[in-house]
Design a protein around this ligand. Structure first.
Ligand code: MIC
Ligand code: SF4
Length: 646
């Protein structure tokens, strides 16, 4: 039987398991990436595993999230990561060099390779035919040490593209259209593969926008074929040797096929507070706009910003709108500057921010109170921008600029002809901001710089047979990791300080949660479906661990978060009958007994002591996951099993 693109890469990297959807597989990982907000913890974990040098083909540590240095914390963490990279054999991308996903695509990604990154938008690499997946920091640490990365063998969804995008319609609209069709949970357990004759009409930056936002569907990853368009992109980056063609077999089979005719799409907008709350731009023309942010790993390529510059050339941004532009990389910024496009952007009245995540993660440029912010980003979860009552709308660069010019959400087609953008035959290559590691001999003599912000990993404990706990928090569907462990400029500097971070756990939903959890000492959280969607931050598991959370019971979980809970030694359990969710109330005293037997039988009984009722829970885990849970988390499991000797 023929294979899909993802199945081919999986087959070539399979270390354990069967390629049957639903079963656990272990993959050899060729490349890893980290960013600084998750990287500090990932490298502390890597150090704790105790391996002298990374064992991947390539590992890169990027600094792109915590670049606002309003105290010593972020600067200290940068130095820590820089010193770790030098000692343990990683490349180090300096602050200002760009957003990890954009830089990795430009300088390091290779078709057919596996990549995991401690950032949920790592699937951006699927734009050049990589099997690129987001993972928790601990999983990345293990992979850096040469260990396998485990996922559930995904189902395959093929999105067949026909036709060609019309002027003013962009790759972002393709992503939003798929979110409209599938919702934020429609991709869970699947790889989204892009095919059909329309693929050849899309450039690599457009493909990367689309694979980037596959994350918002909950997909394991998204991937495009590697074809002549990929070759031309790699050649323009001076890396034609990294090209390999890659396509699915003609007789490959898919679990689902979705057809999208590119020529029928119109500009779309994701309204607050979810990326799947999608409406046509034409329905939103009454919405007054206060702020427009252009950038993020979704839409900050040279192609995107050349379009922005061409649209702004000779025009003025409306007085009522504040506009920021954050180029995705130093390469993009420098080329914009060389060709004069940057001057067009500045002359129109936009503010230039550094090449980093910036406003996307609430690192500055928060909107005014109750403000309307249009962003070319990928997430618009409540509070993420740093302003609790702001309304964030996700749009293409074209809609962003049109709206910045008029002050209202605007269909760019009303502006007349779409200015053409020509991509360069050659990108400007300057890797001077990517520092190389020391050679193995010198590395032995180097020490790691650890600032006072770095606090120890939270205490773990092996699983006990009985857990008595209070239902300290009950939440609804689609709870994001931004709810569980908010980010933003005020909190992000403490990503290596779990005790401090814990004060903000769930603050978006319930400000007193952290206090209550601490007071009761042992907590169970109850959630709805798709619990833990969004980012890969393992802090959304480590902080609950610190606060005494022993289990999360939900209708269903997002992939990376479920793995992070297991890695932290917290039980992710699901309701056998989702209707039982309604029977449990916040404040109830709960108990889970006979857990060792439950791990074997796959079924646990929760007793609600307050109500005097029992509820059946699904407790099915793979042998490896059971062993991790019993050991008290992946760190203890890895240490006990001597994975470092691999
Ligand atoms: C995000 O977009 O939410 C982040 C910030 O990039 C996260 C990682 C983090 O929380 O540090 C992600 O997507 O994984
Ligand atoms: Fe950075 Fe935003 Fe991309 Fe996350 S989604 S990596 S915060 S730009």
């Amino acid at each position: 039987m023929g294979l899909t693109i993802a199945q081919k890469i999986i087959k070539a990297h399979l270390l354990s398991g069967e390629m049957t959807p639903g079963s656990e597989i272990g993959l050899r990982i060729d490349q890893t990436l980290t960013q600084d907000a998750t990287g500090t913890m990932a490298y502390l974990e890597f150090e704790a595993i105790g391996i002298p040098r990374v064992r991947t083909e390539l590992s890169v540590a990027y600094i792109d999230h915590n670049t606002l240095q309003s105290g010593f914390e972020n600067a200290d963490d940068h130095l820590y990561i820089q010193s770790v990279a030098k000692k343990y054999g990683l490349r180090f991308s300096r602050p200002g060099n760009g957003i990890c996903h954009q830089v990795h695509l430009e300088r390091f990604g290779k078709p057919g390779k596996t990549l995991i990154g401690s950032d949920s938008h790592t699937p951006t690499g699927g734009g050049i035919g990589m099997l690129a997946m987001g993972a928790g920091g601990l999983d990345v640490a293990v992979a850096m040490g040469g260990g396998a990365y485990y996922i559930t063998m995904p189902k395959m969804i093929l999105v067949r593209l026909f036709g060609k995008l019309r002027p003013w319609v962009s790759a972002k609209d393709v992503s939003l259209e798929l979110l409209r069709i599938l919702s934020v949970k429609g991709g869970v357990g699947s790889v989204i593969e892009w095919g059909g004759e329309g693929v050849s009409t899309l450039s690599v930056p457009q493909r990367a926008t689309i694979t980037n936002m596959g994350t918002e569907l909950g997909a394991t990853t998204s991937i495009f074929p590697s074809d002549e368009v990929t070759r031309a992109f790699l050649a323009a980056e001076g890396r034609e040797n990294d090209y390999t063609p890659l396509s699915s077999d003609p007789d490959a089979t898919y679990d689902r096929i979705i057809d999208i005719d590119l020529s029928t799409l119109s500009p779309l907008v994701a309204c607050p507070h979810s990326p799947d709350n999608v409406k046509p731009v034409s329905e939103l023309s009454d919405v007054k706009v206060d702020q427009v942010c252009i950038g993020s790993c979704t839409n900050s390529s040279l192609a995107d910003l050349l379009r922005v510059a061409a649209m702004l050339k000779g025009k003025k941004i409306d007085d009522s709108v504040s506009v920021s532009v954050s180029p995705g990389s130093k390469q993009v910024l420098s080329m914009l500057s060389d060709c004069g496009a940057l001057s067009d952007i500045l002359a129109a009245g936009a503010r230039l921010l550094e090449c980093a995540c910036g406003p996307c993660i609430g690192m500055g440029f928060s909107p005014n109170s109750a403000g309307v912010s249009l962003r070319t980003f990928n997430r618009n979860f409540e509070g993420r921008s740093g302003t609790r009552d702001a309304g964030v709308y996700l749009v293409s660069p074209e809609v962003a600029v049109a709206s910045a010019l008029t002050g209202y959400i605007t269909d760019p087609a009303t502006l007349g002809d779409c200015p053409p953008v020509v991509l360069p035959k050659q990108y400007k290559i300057d890797d001077s901001a990517i520092l190389l590691p020391a050679d193995p001999e010198t590395a032995k003599t180097l020490s790691v710089r650890r600032g006072p912000n770095i606090k120890p990993f939270p205490d773990t404990r092996p699983l006990s047979d009985k857990v008595d706990a209070t239902l300290t928090l009950k939440v609804g569907d689609n709870i994001t990791t931004d709810h569980i462990m908010p980010a933003g400029a005020k909190i992000l500097p403490y990503r290596s300080n779990i005790p401090y971070l814990s004060k903000f756990c769930f603050a978006v939903c319930d400000e007193s949660f952290a206090e209550r959890a601490k007071a009761v000492g042992s907590t169970i959280i109850v959630g709805g479906s798709n619990y833990g969607q969004g980012s890969s931050r393992e802090h959304a598991a480590l902080v609950p661990l610190y606060l005494g959370v022993r289990a999360v019971i939900a209708k269903s979980f997002a992939r990376i978060h479920a793995a992070n809970l297991i890695n932290a030694g917290i039980l992710p359990l699901t309701f056998r009958d989702p209707a039982d969710y309604d029977k449990l109330e916040q404040g109830d005293k709960l108990s889970l007994s006979g857990l060792f037997a439950a791990l074997t039988s796959g079924e646990a009984t929760l007793t609600d002591e307050t109500k005097g009722i029992g509820v059946t829970l699904d407790c099915r885990f793979t042998e490896r996951q059971r062993a991790i849970l019993l050991a008290g988390g992946l760190l203890d499991y890895t240490r006990n099993n001597g994975d470092k000797k691999q």
